[in-house]
Design a protein around this ligand. Sequence first.
Ligand code: ADP
Ligand code: MG
Length: 682
Amino acid sequence: MFLRELTQDVRILKGTGPATLRALDNLGIHTVADLLLHLPRDYEDKTKPVPFSRFAEGKVYTTAQVLRHEWFGFGRMRTLKIIVADTSGEAALLCFNRPFLEQMAPVGSTVQVYGKFQFKYGEIQSSAFEIQRVEGEIRPESALSPVYALSERLNQMALRKMIRLALSKFAPHIEDEIPRSLRSAHGLPSKSEALRAIHFPSSWEEAKRAHDMLAYEELFYFQLGIALRMRSRRAKVIERRASPGVLSRQMRERLPYALTEDQESVLREIVEDMHRPYPMARLLQGDVGSGKTIVAILAALHAVERGGQVAIMAPTELLARQHATIAAHLVEPLGVRLAFVTGSVSSAARPPLLAALKNGEIDIAIGTHALFSDDVSFKNLELVIIDEQQRFGVLQRIALYKKGRVPDFLMMTATPIPRSLALTFFGDLQVSTIRHLPPGRRPVVTHLAHEDRRRSVYEFTRGKLKEGRQAYFVYPVISGSERLDLRDAESMASHLAKEVFPEFKVGLLHSRLGDEAKMEVMTKFAAGELSVLVATTVVEVGVDVPNATVMVIEHAERFGLSALHQLRGRIGRGSHQGYCFLVYSKDLTEEGRLRLKALYETTDGFAIAEEDLKIRGPGDMLGIEQSGDLRLTIADMRTDFELLKQARHDAFAVIESDPALSEPDHEVIRQVLARASPFSEK
Ligand code: ADP
Ligand code: MG
């Protein structure tokens, strides 16, 4: 029997009263399988003593004498501090909200102490510890104890007991879900053994091996799903007409610059894909300012030349319009017909626009996600280009786009996707990368500034404005009503206009402005009529104004790493040196400090993306929380990269060597696929 087939209600286990059942319900545990998959989030290690002096190696577990009681703080904050000593030395136990420990651990008594200690204020101390009176030395336990996520009215002891019971009753009957050959090749324990060991390991090594087994299995099926999707896409035969590249050559002649080597090579990869007999699925990544737009337009011309239509989607109306303007300038002189499709297209203009798309009178449609609303259809959509949109849900919807033939699919992003996520969530995309920026760009100079030094940042900016450059000022909120303690874009726009830069023109841009108003501000800024643009993160992606060389981000510690990197990418796009000021406030958290430090230390988007993954985790980064099928519950994208590579390699090898999964060794895979819907081929 497979683990997932243990659908018996947990109440068949002895000792599950109504209160326990409710507590389990809160944890999402209903079946025996749910219970066995409620994995420990940590382990308690009381297998050997760890004295105070070795606190840095992990948790302390020791027998100690209580030397004295001290009190610190006043009134309600008065707190007990118990000074204890073991054979290695003294330590302090800070008993926040635990005054009763005064009675429990009187001076002179012997106690057993377990907990995380640190060196602070000249002493080894802890405020998160367990303490217990004992007679004589501690007796180490023979195994680690699991520490589970709990809900009210359920304690570790009770949960451990239930899981132990479930294991003894069911674990022996649980079958492996990966082929025996793979399991033995990697020296992995059986599933049944791994489940036992992940809950009640005898050592950290055993816990790790059990985790690796379960994570590998999860990743293996995830990758198998990707391999199957890829195979089914490649099975769709497309007849390609030739596109000699006349249009793209004509356009190149109109460009004021030559493509970089990187741009040439990614374009070659894309165009080659567009001539293969199956649909393209490619990810083009290149740091902000690396020149992806032009590559996309050149690729689009290849599709147009052979009679196909192209849809170019941007995440915001602002960006879509910017692309439309650039594209119009470049391709309309070649006779290519463009249309702009967003939600704000007026109701009068909409029917003829939709008709033109449907009749093939439009070659390239540029717009927002409105391009893919239900009433839009194309005559011959051959290529879909998605710019700066890596929210997974959106991509999935578009990838499943089934109107007519499956189009070629090119996704572009300036926020590099960490390798582990690329191989999983975008695992069926080929990846092209632009590594180097066009020549002549100087890396942006980044400064960290405490908010007390804001004045000098303003003065520096004034100097650049006087030289004719332009500046962005970015704030975390639009208006003061949202957060009283934060500077907001609206009030700062008027403050900067009236008091700081009265001699310059200041504009304001944020998401609550209407589309017309937004466009007007952006157009003025792009034309140099405004010197300063005060904004929220709407300027985060893609906006291209090469004359803007100063970026001031206030409350910088409140922005995510990728957002900061994107914002910084708005400047340093022209030939003048760019400057980015990260202005931070007093209440800087440790995490905020780490982010700013990372940004200060590198301008490499790939390094920043890896760092962001560590800080935020994959769900947050890609917006995949909602798509249940895609959640990895055991493997951790931050630490299981090697397992991931192995699993991917193995899954692809299985499909390649045996497309029909007909070898006897693949029987178990076939069974799992047959019984588990998320893996079925779509
Ligand atoms: P991103 O990759 O961030 O989308 P863009 O496509 O907006 O970058 O390009 C950034 C700027 O670089 C644009 O102003 C574009 O005209 C310019 N550019 C693109 N390719 C080149 C090149 N090969 N040489 C010089 N400038 C280029
Ligand atoms: Mg771009």
